[in-house]
Design a protein around this ligand. Sequence first.
Ligand code: WQD
Length: 340
Amino acid sequence: MRVLVSGGAGYIGSHTVLSLLASGHDVVVVDDFSNAKPSVIGRLEALSGKHVPVHAIDLTDAEKTELLFDHERFDAVVHFAGFKAVGESVAKPLAYYRNNLDSTLSLLEAMRRHDVQRLVFSSSATVYGEHAPVPYSEDYEHLSSSSPYGQTKVMIERIMSDVAAATEGLRVALLRYFNPVGAHPSGQIGEDPQGIPNNLMPFIAQVAVGRREKLTVFGDDYDTADGTCERDYLHVEDLAAGHVAALEHLDSMVTPVRAFNLGTGTGTSVLAMLHAFERAVGRELAYEVGPRRAGDLPAFWADPTRANTELGWRAEKSIDDMCADTWRWQQANPQGFPDA
Ligand code: WQD
């Protein structure tokens, strides 16, 4: 299929572009490069040996989005594009609602006008809110989120569900990610957050490569085995494969829209992840225990049964694979992707 990947220069988007190409699909990337560098595209072409057409447009511009669909034919859309920093969304809610919702609405309108009937959406486990029983199941109906970022995911899932119900033939997969980490085994692409990393794995990687002095563990007094929070970390390569599986499953879906958890079904603590990274690096890494971070939940992980059985997808890579691949990427790219 010829697939439009929005946000295709981003962390998960770029890994998914490689998986789509490796599976024989053609890919066109649209990205505004507000949170990714153009040099990513050259890496994707070198790794895949294929040309990756790119349109550097802002999807909140409905006119430019329509023109894109006028000039190119797409069989499907995989929609990653959006602002994704939880803390930033609390400080800038309007920017998050405007960007994440308008870009989605532009895409959905262009898809309708051009009869594009397959859509895979990058959602998040954050939509389960703070009260869902663990492991999280897609049957849980009381979706919510404590951050504007998470609320945009809840709203977009609802928008897509309503549009799918009203559009004959449209099929939508809502992929709820748990905690994506790791990097392509080549070490040529990986997670490259701008500024101080919010997330655990890139922060640990930057300590290991000498960009940060030490990790601060946000609390070790939680009701967990070692007192630190537990999350369901999954390798970005497994996550990318999940998008290909979902895309290729759409035509056989009996319901217009369906959510799928993409996770391993296992929780790993902050300290366990830190020590796994130390094994990858071969030395201890400096850390201190600090206060809890507001909004953090003690422990959650996925029930991945639906994706396992309906998509034929299962996370295969281990915590040690995640750390080894992240370390290879960070060592080869201590400052992340080049600017040019
Ligand atoms: C994991 C654990 C922290 C940094 C977030 C978003 C979620 C999704 C994935 C987009 C927590 C601890 C972290 C640090 C630490 N993003 N930690 N020191 O919060 O589970 O999920 O990223 O979809 O929406 O909320 O991931 O990596 O930020 O934190 O101790 O310097 O690591 O307290 O327990 P989180 P995270």
